[in-house]
Design a protein around this ligand. Structure first.
Ligand code: NAI
Length: 347
């Protein structure tokens, strides 16, 4: 038997419970013990208790090996509560948001294999905003410490995975101070690394080039909002936002979630693509495997990726976002069946 892991689960709002449930079903196949702790966060808790998540729950998450999280609804405008996603990232110091996008045969519009590493705690999501009588202000805080840690993370990530190039995406020609600092730190840090190609692209050009010539990108490191927007673009080009997961990593713990939001337009209908949550789970197993030296978890992560790849490429069981008619449960069963063959276990 493999190791023992303490994992938090936030099922989230909207399609969250449907897809997180599908992902957790894969844990039966993994040779390790998972002590799962359900944590309630989001709108329903806010309406009942006046807070979307408690300090005790944040402390609990800090003490866990990792948390698997569904999407959480955030209301627009002044009356809505502040984003619980942003709160979790800041409180747990989850500074690197890692989002791998790799195309699947048949379903992707373009062939791409890009990892977007987004600074996750500062920038325009710093939450420093105020209203004056007839105007409104948001402070785009970019710090040296915050930039350096995510840039180092991105460079180490590229080196350890033998990725060929890291591109820093910014708009330092206009935002000379904030993006200027991020860029300066990138150039300072890259000088310390050998064996990684690097370049820089303005964010508007990056959006264009991702469509016109996606293979020019390999690993991207970028401030918060740019990474958020470019991620949805990459997900759309690679076939569906329902396909991809993200790892939010800090020095002490990490939170894994789908790239997308709560998908209110399809919630409760049993048709959401659970690949995003399954990919998030796979990223979590890889993270735990590397951190704890557990080869079995790394193998299980690869098997889940391969099972997703086979089912999606085969094209027989696909959810509606990919042009199919399978339900969330049918798709999840197909992936679990292939993963169990690969892992040599019986479901
Ligand atoms: P969204 O990502 O929820 O939906 C955008 C489009 O993608 C919709 O057409 C939706 O049906 C589709 N989609 C998303 N996930 C899918 C899946 N698994 N399978 C098939 N189709 C899928 O973006 P939206 O509508 O802007 O946001 C809804 C709510 O989610 C908002 O309250 C927002 O604040 C929140 N949100 C939460 C995030 C998180 O918790 N990390 C991230 C992004 C948004």
């Amino acid at each position: 038997m493999g190791g023992k892991y303490r994992v938090g689960v936030i099922v989230g709002d909207g399609v969250g419970p449907e897809i997180i449930d599908a992902a957790l079903g894969l844990l039966d196949l993994v040779d390790a013990e998972f002590e799962l702790t359900q944590i309630e966060a989001g709108l329903s808790r806010y309406r009942r208790e006046g807070v979307p998540i408690t300090e005790e729950d944040i402390d609990l998450m800090r003490s866990l090996d990792a948390t698997l999280k569904g999407p959480l609804m955030t209301l627009p405008g002044r009356q809505g509560y502040r984003s619980v996603n942003v709160l979790i990232r800041k409180e747990l110091g989850l500074y690197a948001n890692v989002r791998p996008f790799r195309s699947y045969p048949r379903v992707s519009l373009l062939s791409l294999d890009i990892v977007i590493i987004r600074e996750n705690t500062e920038g325009l999501y710093s939450g420093i905003e105020w209203r004056a009588p007839d105007s409104a202000y948001s402070v785009r805080m970019i710090t040296e410490v915050g930039s350096r840690r995510v840039i180092r993370f991105a460079l180490d990530y590229a080196l350890s995975r033998r990725r060929r190039r890291v591109t820093v995406v910014h708009k330092a020609n206009i935002l000379k101070e904030s993006d200027g600092l991020f860029r300066e730190i990138f150039l300072e840090e890259i000088a310390r690394y050998e064996g990684i190609e690097h370049d820089e692209v303005f964010v508007d050009a990056a959006a264009y080039l991702m469509v016109k010539n996606p293979s020019r990108f390999d690993v991207i490191v970028t401030p918060n909002l740019y990474g958020d927007i470019l991620s949805d673009l990459a997900a759309g080009l690679a076939g569906s936002i329902g396909l991809f997961g993200s790892a939010q990593i800090g020095d002490h713990t990490a939170v894994f979630e789908p790239v997308h939001g709560t998908a209110p337009d399809i919630a409760g209908r049993g048709i959401a693509n659970p690949s995003s949550a399954m990919k998030a789970l796979s990223l979590m197993l890889e993270y735990l495997g590397v951190r704890k030296g557990d080869e079995g978890l790394i193998y299980a992560s690869k098997a889940i990726d391969e099972a997703l790849h086979r089912v999606i490429s085969e094209g027989r069981v696909l959810t509606p976002d990919l042009g199919g008619s399978a339900s969330t449960a049918e798709f999840a069963r197909a992936v679990k069946c292939v993963a169990s063959e690969l892992l040599g276990s019986v479901t």
